[in-house]
Design a protein around this ligand. Structure first.
Ligand code: PLP
Length: 391
């Protein structure tokens, strides 16, 4: 029996993939499964982006690119940040990576070691905690509370910082809650961080372009005082429906850029070349497909929130961003994971139990509304009948 180093016994995963595998297996047995579990847009990548990748292949872009990405794409990201957020970032600080997760992986590896503390949102994207544990650092959950609109509380977050803290992970708009932390609260957080100069910040802004009700996403890039210790994670997966392309980018402080570049050279060498050309077309081309997708998510958001609130024992806050609803199922009498499992096995609706996103996720289910309105309605009907029958 081979023995790996102990860190590999501590590494976790995303249960969403296990649920997807089970849902696919059930569908393979002929069951009609509605998947509200998986966190990816149900739209195709816009055709002009696909065409740019095909053209890149025809034009002979078959070799390695620079480790940090092709310069036009790094410049394109900088121009896009300026266009969308009015923020100037040098392309020298932008790195192209294969998907949003890679930035998370690199940043946590840079700051995690035994004795270090890393703060992360709970409920939150499960890979944060998994990677923290992998490095041997101590995970410090930041409770993300329903009564606070699933936003970060600056006061509570800052109160968890000790001299051992090395990295703070922020995520807004958030997975799994759909919470968006308002500008005033991000202002407070940024101001409070001036008292903790030893703490680096990883801001996961992958859902930054998916907000509703006129609420704007507040990027941490807007705070020049954080510039020397802020890592921003973003990418194409959600915004342009490109999860399978594996294309993301990070913005690094100058002092960390070369360390990140070396990590790239030591692992994946560079990001897929044709995907980078596609990413450039996405940024430079028309943005109406993004706006149309967000409008459609917005319609489904109302549908799912109203439908969930009509279910016995369920109350759902209205998510302000991303494409997830995170209803409170406490009054159904069910625990979250057994309910998620019963819904999948017995009525063919895939969702994810809140505890898969952290200890503060008990009592909630995550529903992705990246599925058709018709499927959302059918799923809600099935869940309603199930809960009525179980009462
Ligand atoms: N960050 C958050 C909060 C996410 O929800 C996800 C994907 O679900 C990612 C990062 C990873 O994105 P990617 O698929 O580009 O690696």
């Amino acid at each position: 029996m081979l023995t790996t180093v102990p860190s590999f016994d501590r590494i976790g995963e995303e249960n969403a993939f296990a649920v997807l595998a089970r849902a696919t297996a059930l569908a393979g047995q002929g069951r009609d499964i509605i998947n509200l579990g998986i966190g990816q847009p149900d739209f195709a990548t816009p055709p002009h982006i696909v065409e740019a990748a095909v053209k890149a292949l025809r034009d002979g872009h078959h070799g390695y690119t620079p480790a940090t990405g092709i310069l036009p794409l790094r410049e394109g990201v900088a121009a896009d940040l300026h266009r969308r957020l009015g923020i100037s970032v040098s392309p020298e600080r932008v790195m192209i990576v294969p998907g949003g997760k890679v930035t998370m992986f690199m940043a946590i590896l840079m700051f995690g070691e035994p004795g270090a503390e890393i703060l992360y949102p709970d409920p939150g994207f499960p890979i944060y905690r998994s990677m923290i544990e992998f490095t041997g650092a101590t995970p410090v959950p930041i409770p993300i509370r329903e009564e606070n609109g699933f936003a970060f509380s600056a006061e509570e977050t800052l109160g968890l910082i000790t001299p051992r803290a090395r990295l703070l992970i922020v995520n807004s708009p958030a997975n799994p809650t759909g919470g968006v932390t308002p500008k005033q609260e991000i202002d407070r957080l940024a101001a409070g961080l001036s008292r903790h100069p030893h703490v680096a910040v990883l801001s996961d802004e992958i859902y930054g372009q998916m907000t509703y009700d006129g609420l704007a996403h507040q990027s941490l890039l807007a705070y020049p005082e954080l510039r020397d210790r802020l890592i921003v994670l973003d990418g194409w997966s959600k915004t342009y429906a490109m999860t399978g392309w594996r294309l993301g980018y990070s913005v690094w402080p100058e002092a960390l850029y070369d360390k990140a570049r070396k990590l790239v050279v030591n692992s994946f060498s560079c990001t897929n070349a044709p995907a980078q050309y596609a990413g450039l077309a996405a940024l430079e081309g028309p943005q109406d497909a993004v706006a149309a997708m967000v409008r459609e998510f917005d319609r489904r958001r109302s549908l799912i929130v109203d439908g969930l609130n009509a279910l016995p024992g369920v109350t759902a806050a209205t998510p302000k961003g991303a494409f997830y609803a995170f209803p409170n199922i406490g009054a159904t009498g069910w625990k979250a994971k057994p309910l998620a499992s019963a819904l999948l096995e017995r009525v063919g609706v895939a969702t994810i139990g809140g505890p898969d996103f952290g200890v503060f996720g008990e009592g909630y289910l995550r529903f992705s509304y990246a599925n058709s309105a018709e499927n959302i309605r059918r799923a809600l009907d099935r869940i309603g009948s199930f809960l009525e029958a179980e009462r």
